[in-house]
Design a protein around this ligand. Structure first.
Ligand code: PHE
Length: 332
C-alpha cells in the first residue's frame, strides 16, 4: 500500500513538472488532488486496513498530498512570473529607436543662404522688406528709369502674365522694384535689404534658372556717397565670407543707378567671384519714390542668393539645387 502511495505521488509530481501553463497546472491540480484523484482513492481504501497499517499509510498519503500541493504551488508561481516577463518584453516600446527613425526636413540650400544673408545685414543695421512677385511695368521698369522705349528692358527677358495683354503686369525680373515700394512706404533714413524670388525667360543650364533669388539693398539718407557704398560692400563681404575675403567695384551701367558698378569678391586664393550690381540711386528713381534728390541721396545693390549657396557648397550645376532630388537636397 505504501508503494502505491509513492507511485501515485511520483506520477503526480511528473505531471506537475510537465505542465507548461498556469491553466495546465490548475487542471493537473484538480485531477491529482481532487476527490476522484488517485491519492483520494487510496484514502477511501484506508478503512479496510488493520489499525496499525492504517496509521502509517494515512500518514504517507498526507505527506504525499502535501508534497504534490507544494510542487503545484511552486510550478504555477514560476509559470506566472515567466508569463509576466514575456508580456513585459512584448509590450516594450523602444523610444530611442523611434526618434532615430524619424526623418526631419531642413531648409533648402537657397533658404539657408537667404537666412544667413538676412542675419548678416541685420547685424550691419539693416531692416528687411519684401515685395510682390507679380509686378506692374511701372515698378519693375518705369519707376526705375526705364521708360517703354528703353533698350535696357530687352536685357531682362521678361515673362509677362496674360492678365493685361498690354504687358503691364509681369513677373518681376529683379528685386529692384521693391526699392520704389519701400521709398513710397517709409520716410528716410532707409537702410533696407529686400530678398525675394525673381523670374526671367531663360533656358535652365548649369548657371541659369528661369526662377532664382536675389537680395536687394537700399540706403537713402542725407549726404550718402559712393564711399559708403564701397565700405558697406566690403563690411558685408568680410562678415559673410570671412576676414580673408575682400571686394572691388568695376564701372558698369544700370539705368537706375548713376554712377553704376559691378562688385566682385576676392577669395583668399586670389580668384574673383562676380557677385552683382550696385551704384548711387539715380535722381529719377528717388523722384519716382517720392523723394527730393536735392535733399536725399542713396545707394543700391543687388545680387543672386542661389549663387552664394553654390559658392559656399561647391555645387557644379545650379539645376541640381532645384530638381527636388532628395538624395541631393539631403546633403546640405
Ligand atoms: N537689379 C539689377 C539686376 O538684376 C542689380 C542691381 C541692383 C544693380 C541695384 C544696381 C543696383 O541685374
Amino acid at each position: 500500500m505504501i508503494d502505491e502511495v509513492r507511485q501515485a505521488r511520483d506520477a503526480a509530481l511528473v505531471r506537475v513538472a510537465a505542465s507548461c501553463t498556469p491553466d495546465e497546472v490548475r487542471a493537473v491540480d484538480a485531477e491529482v488532488l481532487g476527490k476522484k484523484g488517485p491519492l483520494a482513492g487510496l484514502k477511501t481504501g484506508l478503512g479496510g486496513l488493520p489499525v496499525d497499517d492504517r496509521k502509517a499509510v494515512g500518514q504517507a498519503i498526507n505527506e504525499a498530498m502535501t508534497a504534490v500541493r507544494t510542487a503545484i504551488d511552486e510550478r504555477s508561481a514560476c509559470l506566472r512570473s515567466e508569463q509576466t516577463t514575456a508580456r513585459i518584453a512584448a509590450e516594450r516600446l523602444d523610444l530611442t529607436e523611434v526618434v532615430t527613425r524619424q526623418r526631419r526636413g531642413h531648409p533648402h540650400l537657397s533658404t539657408q543662404a537667404w537666412e544667413r544673408l538676412e542675419d548678416v545685414f541685420v547685424g550691419l543695421g539693416f531692416q528687411i522688406a519684401e515685395g510682390p512677385e507679380v509686378e506692374t511695368d511701372f515698378y519693375n521698369f518705369e519707376a526705375l528709369n526705364m521708360p517703354r522705349s528703353h533698350p535696357a528692358r530687352s536685357g531682362f527677358d521678361t515673362l509677362f502674365t496674360d492678365y493685361n495683354p498690354d504687358g503691364s503686369v509681369l513677373l518681376r525680373t529683379h528685386t529692384s522694384p521693391v526699392q520704389i515700394r519701400v521709398m513710397r512706404e517709409i520716410a528716410p533714413p532707409i537702410y533696407m535689404v529686400m530678398p525675394g524670388k525673381v523670374f526671367r525667360r531663360d533656358t535652365p543650364d548649369a548657371t541659369h534658372m528661369p526662377v532664382f533669388h536675389q537680395i536687394e539693398g537700399l540706403v537713402v539718407d542725407r549726404n550718402i556717397t559712393m564711399t559708403h557704398l564701397a565700405g558697406t560692400i566690403d563690411a558685408f563681404t568680410k562678415a559673410f565670407f570671412g576676414g580673408g575675403f575682400s571686394s572691388r567695384l568695376r564701372p558698369n551701367y544700370f539705368p537706375f543707378t548713376e554712377p553704376s558698378a559691378e562688385f566682385d569678391i576676392r577669395r583668399p586664393d586670389g580668384t574673383w567671384i562676380e557677385l552683382g550690381g550696385c551704384g548711387m540711386v539715380h535722381p529719377n528713381v528717388l523722384r519716382a519714390g517720392g523723394l527730393d534728390p536735392e535733399v536725399w541721396s542713396g545707394f543700391a545693390f543687388g545680387f543672386g542668393i542661389d549663387r552664394m549657396a553654390r559658392e559656399r557648397h561647391g555645387v557644379d550645376d545650379l539645376r541640381d539645387m532645384f530638381s527636388n532630388d532628395i538624395r541631393f537636397i539631403e546633403q546640405f
